[in-house]
Design a protein around this ligand. Structure first.
Ligand code: NAP
Ligand code: GDD
Length: 329
């Protein structure tokens, strides 16, 4: 019997890579897709694995839904009876969470509780992965590991902290196999265009092609531990295969400033970042997280996961992908 997985946030960067990974491993994959009023579906990141509902032998099933709808989650989990649930759904943009704090909490914090309760209500034996974040560390000094204290600095960070502790609490209260992966920033050519890495690499491609001249950024001094998203979904999967439910930091252990990432991305296209980057305070946050550098010792030691791609290679991969996309017809 094929194992069955349910992914919330399947249309996002990580969800799409995770769906590909699980399908390649022979899983039957179910994903929740939000309704949009547009004819253009929000499933473009799933184009490579999408299967028409009329195809026979289908293993990818997309269900209209939303993690703000508790009833839907109960019905879906009762019907699908997944072996594994990956909760990746979130309003995941930190700056946006200051403008939409209520909505961000409803999705990122209460979404987790709704899913965990839906598992209990369905009475099934399933393994649950919570997409937690290094944003929960916020002001805590680096390197941050599993024992580091939390000090979130945004509505997104506080919402995710609620979901993290809820995951721990359901594990301790009900004996659920529920784990929290505390992932540091991870990027790819599928990264949303308003996150800083993709904003930069997309701008590099457009500037190199003569379409634009400038890109406007906020805080260039922030330090981030940027990894490669396809490797991070492998870590998520491995965490659900363990004998015991354990929470891990998922990180590369290496970091750079936004300025250094920009410098690497522009120079890969033969450009000088100083000619093209302008400051715009609109892209700064009311409270910034200055330095995130993860300590991945535990996940490396206990389940053998290790990041291979680091931020400088990532910058080159993303610039190449954005330049290639511009050349495509
Ligand atoms: P992403 O690209 O922003 O994807 C977010 C996904 O959540 C999308 O599929 C989105 O659907 C979906 N979603 C949003 N609101 C929803 C709702 N109300 N109901 C159902 N689905 C909803 O994020 P990502 O980079 O793949 O990250 C995946 C998860 O890991 C997120 O929870 C994020 O907070 C967390 N995380 C990410 C990182 C990182 O660096 N990437 C690091 C740590 C933790 P639409 O496509 O319809 O918008
Ligand atoms: N987005 C953005 N846009 N960020 C900018 C800009 C800009 O123009 N200029 C500077 N930055 C700085 C931000 O202030 C932040 O310090 C850093 O670049 C990274 O910003 P983002 O790429 O938006 O990512 P993030 O670190 O805030 O959040 C991402 O990583 C978290 C894990 O640490 C998101 O993916 C979160 O969902 C994730 O949890």
């Amino acid at each position: 019997m094929a194992r069955t997985a349910l992914i919330t946030g399947i249309t996002g960067q990580d969800g799409s890579y995770l769906a590909e990974l699980l399908l390649a491993k022979g899983y039957e994959v179910h994903g929740i897709v939000r309704h949009t009023s547009s004819l253009i579906a929000n499933t473009t990141r799933l184009d490579d694995v999408y299967q028409d509902p009329h195809e026979s032998g289908r293993r990818l099933f997309l269900h209209k839904g939303d993690v703000t709808d508790a009833g839907l989650l109960v019905n879906l989990i009762r019907d699908i009876r997944p072996d594994e649930i990956y909760n990746l759904a979130a309003q995941s943009h930190v700056r946006v969470s200051f403008d939409l704090p209520d909505y961000t909490a409803n999705v990122a914090a209460l979404g987790a509780i709704r899913l965990l309760e839906a598992v209990r209500a369905s009475g099934i034996d399933t393994r649950y992965y919570q997409a937690s974040t290094s944003e929960m560390f916020g002001l805590t000094a680096p390197p941050q590991n599993e024992a580091a204290p939390f000090h979130p600095r945004s509505p997104y960070g506080t919402a995710k902290l609620y979901a993290h502790w809820s995951t721990v609490n359901y594990r301790e209260s009900y004996g659920m196999f529920a784990v929290s992966g505390i992932a540091f920033n991870h990027e790819s050519p599928r990264r949303g265009e308003t996150f800083v890495t993709r904003k930069i690499t997309r701008a590099v491609a457009r500037i190199a092609a003569g379409i634009e001249k400038k890109v406007y950024l906020g805080n260039l001094d922030a330090v981030r531990d940027w990894g490669y998203a396809p490797e991070y979904v492998e870590a998520m999967w491995r965490m659900l295969q363990g004998a015991e439910p354990v929470d891990y930091v998922i990180a590369t252990g290496r970091a750079a400033t936004v300025r250094e990432f920009a410098e690497a991305a522009f120079s890969h296209a033969g450009l000088d970042w100083r000619d093209h980057v302008e400051h715009d305070e609109r892209y700064e946050r009311p409270a910034e997280v200055p330095v995130l550098i993860g300590d991945p010792t535990e996940i490396e030691r206990r389940i053998g996961w290790r990041a291979e791609v680091h931020w400088d290679e990532l910058a080159r991969v993303m610039v190449d992908a954005d330049r290639e996309a511009l050349r495509a017809p």
